[in-house]
Structure formats: structure tokens, C-alpha cells
Design a binder for this molecule. Structure first.
Ligand code: UDP
Ligand code: MG
Length: 318
């Protein structure tokens, strides 16, 4: 079987309206770059016509390989599926809504081919046209993550080229709770950055609700930092010192016979410690839930269907 130089991985969810246009544009761009590529599309359990479009497209786009997940597992898991199936010597991850401009592909490949860069990241100069709440929560999340884990992902996008070595390293990471941007920042290797302006989404709406962003944020923080646990510990310690002082003071007053009934103080202290205990339990719970997920060791995704373009099938027969 012929070796593949470049694999492009595209996770899609309910993108039936424009998937055909986007894939054709991406394929055209790739034709100019290499004669040996594959496009891997992971249908993340779409509820619209995305899958039937993909099956039709594989008649036309000979280098298209599509995998349909059994339900919506989320973009991170769809990416895992793509990375596990890609065979190229370099692997490019991109979105299907043309917010990751295909025109950048040739520069990315050039940096990898001729300048020995093993990881080429496209960095957002602006965040494009987005809902205000999403912009705000993204900036809040990246700043918090930066403070907690030291990972600076401000402006980071999933639009990246990875050398096979990095994918190999990535495949060795056993965790289920994956956060692609964090993991690619963690691996090291020789890297280059290409700044880009995020164009508007071609069509349709972003699939991320504020709640799913919040969930991803918590997941990422839990996966990349133990600082919240230490903060809980720290507060526990401060409270211990505080209560020791209060205990001594109360006892002294008791023995001196000057103890007063401080109802307000008691209520405030009760409420304050109560909420602190609950928040601490919640934080510990998040880590426990994450450990539980890992221990269960369930597969990250399940594949329901596959459709391959003609070249792929011919290659299989050889
Ligand atoms: N996506 C996915 N699974 C999901 C949500 C999104 O595979 O559960 C895909 C989506 O089809 C798109 C990419 O992830 O190709 C980025 O999604 P989107 O454009 O909605 O996010 P944004 O550009 O706002 O980050
Ligand atoms: Mg998008």
C-alpha cells in the first residue's frame, strides 16, 4: 500500500448544509500540495443529512474516508477517532465550517516539509464573529487555565499540523479525559506558529452551548492542574488556624465569665464554612469523577459506519 504523506482530520457535527462545499475546497487545496493525501471525516453522531452527504461524496472524492460515530461523543473524542485512523506522515486537524482557512494548508505543510517543524499551530489573532457570552467565557477560561496550570493557550485553536512522531506520542497517552490543545502544548517538539484571522462561519450555527463550553473548561482544568485541590487544602489550613484562635478566645472568655451570645457571628460563620465545605467537596468530586472515568476504561468512541473513497478501496485490494 502506498504511503500517505498528509492526513487531514475533520470532525463534523450537523454540518450537512455546507459539508460538500467545504470538503471540495479542502480537497482542491490539498491536490496542489501533495499527490498523496487522505481526508478523514468523523461524523460525530450528526442528526441531519451529514452522513448521507458523506456517503455520496465518497463516490466523488476518491481520497475521502468517513467514519460515523454511534452517537455524539463530542469534538475531543471525534478527534481521537481521527488520530487513531490517520496514516499520514503529517496529520492536520481542521474544522469543517471554513473558520480554519484551507489557504493556510500549504504554508503549514511547507514549514513541516522544509523547515523541520514537527508541530505547526495556527493561532487566532481575533476570535472572529462570535456570541458575546462565548468570547467572554473563552477569555475567562483561558486566563484561569493559564493561572492554574501554566499552559498558555490564549489564541490557541485546534487547527494544527502534527508530525507522525507527535501522533505516536499522543496515542501512548492512555487518558479518556482528553484535551487536545493542552496535550499538544504538553508534548514539546519543534514548533512553529502561523497567526490567522478567524473568518465567519460559512453557514449554520456553532454547536457549542455555553454549558458544553463550561463542561469542557472544567474537564480541561481537572486534566491539567491539581491546583484547585491545593487551594482547598490551603483554605482548610487557614480555617484551622482561625478556629484554633477563636477556640482559645472563647475558652478564655468562658473561664473569665465574660462570654457573650454572638448570634450574628455564629450564623455568618456557619454559612461561610458551610459553603466552603460544599465547594471543596465539589472540587474533590470533579477529580474523583475524572478518576472514575479513567478507571472504567471505556472506549473513547464507538464507530457505527464507514465509507471510503475509491482510492482507499483499491489500495486495500493491492
Ligand atoms: N463538532 C464536533 N462535535 C461536537 C461539536 C462540534 O465534531 O459535538 C465539530 C464541528 O462540526 C466543527 C468543529 O467541531 O467542524 C468546530 O465546531 P464549531 O464551529 O461549532 O465551534 P467553534 O468554531 O465555535 O469553536
Ligand atoms: Mg467554527
Amino acid at each position: 500500500m502506498k504511503e500517505i504523506e498528509i492526513s487531514v482530520i475533520i470532525p463534523v457535527y450537523n454540518e450537512g448544509v455546507h459539508i460538500s462545499r467545504s470538503l471540495c475546497l479542502i480537497e482542491e487545496e490539498l491536490q496542489n500540495i501533495t499527490s498523496s493525501f487522505e481526508i478523514i471525516v468523523i461524523d460525530d453522531g450528526s442528526k441531519d443529512a451529514t452522513w448521507s452527504q458523506l456517503v455520496q461524496l465518497s463516490q466523488r472524492l476518491t481520497r475521502l474516508r468517513s467514519f460515523r460515530l454511534s452517537r455524539n461523543f463530542g469534538k475531543e473524542h471525534a478527534l481521537c477517532a481521527g488520530l487513531e485512523h490517520a496514516e499520514g506522515r503529517a496529520i492536520i486537524i481542521m474544522d469543517c465550517d471554513l473558520q480554519h482557512p484551507p489557504s493556510l494548508l500549504s504554508r503549514m505543510v511547507h514549514l513541516w516539509r522544509h523547515e523541520g517543524k514537527e508541530l505547526v499551530e495556527c493561532v487566532k489573532i481575533n476570535r472572529g464573529k462570535e456570541r458575546f457570552d462565548k468570547k467572554l467565557s473563552a477569555s475567562l477560561f483561558y486566563n484561569v487555565l493559564n493561572k492554574l496550570s501554566g499552559l498558555d493557550l490564549r489564541g490557541a485553536s485546534d487547527f494544527k499540523l502534527l508530525d507522525r512522531k507527535i501522533v505516536q506520542a499522543w496515542l501512548q497517552m492512555p487518558e479518556r479525559n482528553t484535551f487536545f490543545r493542552g496535550m499538544t502544548a504538553w508534548v514539546g517538539f519543534e514548533r512553529a506558529q502561523i497567526p490567522f484571522e478567524v473568518p465567519e462561519r460559512v453557514d449554520g450555527n456553532t454547536q457549542w452551548s455555553l454549558f458544553s463550553l463550561f463542561k469542557l473548561g472544567i474537564k480541561a482544568i481537572v486534566a491539567f492542574s491539581s491546583l484547585p485541590l491545593r487551594i482547598v487544602n490551603f483554605f482548610g489550613f487557614i480555617f484551622l488556624v482561625g478556629s484554633a484562635i477563636l477556640t482559645i478566645q472563647t475558652l478564655v472568655r468562658y473561664f473569665m465569665g465574660t462570654a457573650v451570645s454572638g448570634f450574628t457571628t455564629v450564623i455568618l460563620l456557619l454559612l461561610f464554612t458551610g459553603s466552603l465545605v460544599l465547594i471543596s467537596l465539589g472540587i474533590i468530586g470533579e477529580y474523583m469523577a475524572s478518576i472514575y472515568q479513567e478507571v472504567k476504561g471505556r472506549p473513547r468512541y464507538l464507530i457505527r459506519d464507514q465509507a471510503h473513497g475509491q482510492i482507499r478501496n483499491e489500495n486495500f485490494e493491492v
